[in-house]
Design a protein. Structure first.
Length: 719
């Protein structure tokens, strides 16, 4: 097949422009309008069908539901435990997997604003269907400005000798002063006038870059192909945002190209979704571009698109930066790393990129409840301030009936002149309707007054019933948390691992706990390590976790003499309990062995000998009890057999002495005697067997407790 020719820059520009225009999430697209509507419902904005003079109240079901779900989800991922753990691919990856888990959680929470990013990420997903974070390697050097005054010659020389330091301002000061110096002849200290030189200096220090950055992406800034099912396989993914001319030039783009691009006043289309999010429409006065041109803003798209640039018939991944009204290309480079985005959705839809969110489920409920609530209030207003019909001829002064002030007197000539117009009270029906809509909302989301907090009416309910209701509601939250962990969180941590393995070229020492400093060298790690999501496992309340951890610790204490518990096992249990208590750092409360020693089973002094002696003693006692039980069983069997033989002899003699007519009764008596003897023997055997089992179990428990107590007594005190 003939090789195609390399495509031109104009063709690339046409491709990227077509992808941007047709992408999901473009300004004022159907998806953008729907997300803007979700934001209106969350902020309880009017629906647009309000009538002047009538109630305009708006129910807050959407906001209540989101704000109830969000704390639970954030607590699951930010409670101190690792949301995602790396699993080793081979035996050699065991230590690397553990370090990778610790280091990437450090990057997520310490190098970046872990809690704030998680909160924004999850809230975007709960309101706008999908939430996204951008993760990239930032190697831009930072500049730090420092000012020093009164430096002597040595201090000044030391500072400016640093190759990363540039002197921005420098002032040399010379002052005459007196210093004490020894007299050459007498050795006495005498004041001597001398010249003292000091330096006042302002420097700029270049700080090396090289950090992983995490930033939540607003929903209206993210673009993706409208036929995409996920980010990894999408044809086009882009990040669209406003950038100033100064920022683009500072990043190294051609100033002549940047300055000739048209700006906000001609290239920006009004984005309804952004306006609803920010509540204020973005308007750039023409005078601003003239007065401060360096701060003029442009729409810039950082796009990742598959294009066959070299004409070999295979589309390669390219990173293209385009800006301005015509989306002129500023840069075009090959891209070998994964796209720098991780996304999640609360309710994934199979074979679709965009999922559903809780707002989609209850928007109609908020509209219906607001309508019922408005009608209820309007009815209440009319009942409290009824309309009246007036016979004008009987009124002395007609203007007196135009005011509805309470207690106002109206003068009439004779007879009734004012008749109230009856208004039906719909209060109970309206309240019943609101309660019914709350039940529908509870069925859809699990959010109800019961799950939001225990009210007075629930104090008489059984604890089991309340626990069942809470479990059913938490089931929906746990499902969303599991989806978040298996999709967005895994993708984000996997992307961070790949970035540090590719770009971090030297070890970095970080402080994982208060007194623990560890050197991290990702260049030696396997970037393809698998991950397991730990969120969603054991999501009981904190009291249950503490109780379970305490029970586990007791079992471990009993198992120590058997040599099947290590210091690492005890540390994991203690960490579980400490985290459930809301405390940080198990090392503040316990001191555990480190390294290979932590993985070895705990051997208590004298534990083996004591345990063997106790076990031998138990075995001997068990054998004695077995022998006693067997002897008792044999005695019982012999006794039963003797009773049976006597009964048979009596029955046989009776049969011979009685007449033929009584032979049947004698046979029956012999049969009954035989059955009674058999039953007595069986009962005796079962009672002895049960007694034997009970004796054996009691001796086993007593021996185990004695071994544990003896081992704990012999354990040496810490030095």
């Amino acid at each position: 097949m003939a090789k195609r020719k390399r495509i031109s820059n104009e063709e690339i520009q046409a491709i990227i422009r077509a992808e941007i225009i047709s992408a999901d999430g473009q300004a004022n697209s159907e998806l953008s309008v729907e997300r803007g509507e979700n934001m209106d419902y969350y902020q309880c904005r009017p629906f647009g069908n309000e009538i002047d003079g009538r109630s305009q109240v708006v129910s807050s079901d959407v906001r209540d539901t989101v704000e109830w779900m969000l704390p639970t989800l954030v607590r699951m991922f930010c409670s101190g435990e690792d949301a995602v753990e790396f699993e080793p691919e081979t035996q050699a990856d065991v230590q690397s997997a553990k370090q990778a888990t610790q280091y990437i959680n450090f990057i997520w929470n310490r190098d970046n604003r872990g809690f704030v990013n998680t909160y924004s990420w999850f809230k975007d997903a709960l309101i706008s269907k999908n939430g996204r974070v951008k993760i990239w390697w930032d190697d831009t050097p930072r500049t730090k400005r420092e000012r020093y005054s009164g430096l002597d010659e040595d201090a000044y020389a030391y500072i400016v000798a640093d190759p990363e330091v540039e002197v921005a301002e420098h002032t040399e000061n010379t002052d005459e002063c007196e210093v004490l110096q020894p007299d050459p002849q007498t050795g006495e200290l005498r004041p001597v006038k001398t010249q003292l030189t000091t330096h006042d200096v302002v420097i700029t220090r270049k700080m090396p870059g090289g950090r992983v950055k995490v930033m939540p992406v607003p929903p209206e800034e993210f673009l993706i192909s409208n036929d995409a099912r996920d980010i990894e396989h999408a044809r086009f993914v882009g990040h669209r945002r406003r950038r100033t001319v100064s920022e683009l030039i500072e990043e190294g783009f051609d100033p002549e190209v940047i300055e000739r691009l048209s700006g906000d006043e001609t290239s920006i289309q009004t984005d309804a979704e952004e306006i609803k999010r920010n509540t204020v429409e973005y308007v750039v006065p023409l005078s601003q571009s003239t007065i401060n041109p360096s701060m003029r803003k442009l729409w810039v798209v950082e796009g990742y698109v598959r294009i066959d640039v070299d004409g070999d018939g295979i589309a390669e991944m390219r990173k293209i930066v385009a800006a301005g009204a015509t989306w002129e290309i500023l840069s075009n480079e090959a891209w070998d790393t994964p796209r720098p985005f991780a996304d999640l959705t609360p309710m994934p839809m199979p074979h679709r990129y965009h999922g559903l969110c809780p707002v989609d489920l209850i928007k109609d409920i908020q509209l219906i409840k607001s309508t019922i609530f408005r009608q209820y209030l309007d009815n209440l207003y009319l009942i409290n301030n009824q309309r009246e019909q007036v016979i004008e001829a009987n009124i002395v002064d007609p203007s007196e009936v135009l005011s509805s002030a309470p207690g106002r007197k109206i003068r009439v000539k004779n007879g009734p002149a004012i008749f109230p117009i009856e208004v039906s009270n719909i209060g109970q029906a309206a309240l019943d309707g609101l309660e019914y809509m709350d039940q529908i909302r509870e069925n859809r989301t699990g959010v109800s007054p019961r799950t939001q907090g225990l009210g007075a009416n629930q104090l008489h309910d059984t604890a089991t019933g309340e626990r069942m209701l809470m479990s059913a509601a938490m089931g929906k939250i746990e499902l969303i948390a599991r989806v978040f962990a298996e999709t967005g969180m895994k993708d984000a941590f996997r992307l961070i691992l790949k970035l540090i393995c590719m770009y971090q070229d030297k070890p970095r020492t970080v402080r994982l706990t208060k007194d623990e400093w560890v050197s991290m060298d990702p260049s030696q790690w396997n970037s393809d390590m698998d991950m397991v999501a730990t969120v969603g496992m054991g999501m009981g309340d904190k009291d249950q976790q503490i109780a379970h951890g305490t029970m586990l610790g007791q079992l471990q204490a009993q198992a120590i003499p058997l040599g099947i518990v290590s210091a690492e096992n005890l540390k994991n249990t203690a960490e579980l309990v400490v985290n459930a208590m809301g405390l940080k750092g198990v090392d503040r409360f316990f001191t555990f062995p480190q390294g290979q020693q932590a993985l070895q089973p705990i051997q208590l002094p004298g534990a083996n000998n004591t345990g063997q002696a106790e076990m031998a003693k138990v075995q001997g006692q068990i054998q004695v009890e077995h022998a006693k039980a067997q002897g008792q069983i044999q005695v019982a069997n012999t006794k039963a057999q003797g009773q049976l033989a006597v009964a048979q002899q009596k029955a046989h003699a009776q049969m011979q002495s009685d007449s033929q007519t009584n032979s049947h009764n004698a046979a029956l008596q012999m049969f009954q005697a035989q059955q009674k003897a058999n039953l007595q023997a069986y009962v005796a055997q079962q009672e002895l067997a049960l007694k034997n089992k009970q004796i054996e179990l009691n001796h086993t428990i007593d021996a185990s407790n004695a071994a544990v107590e003896q081992s704990m007594k012999r354990q040496p005190e810490p030095a």
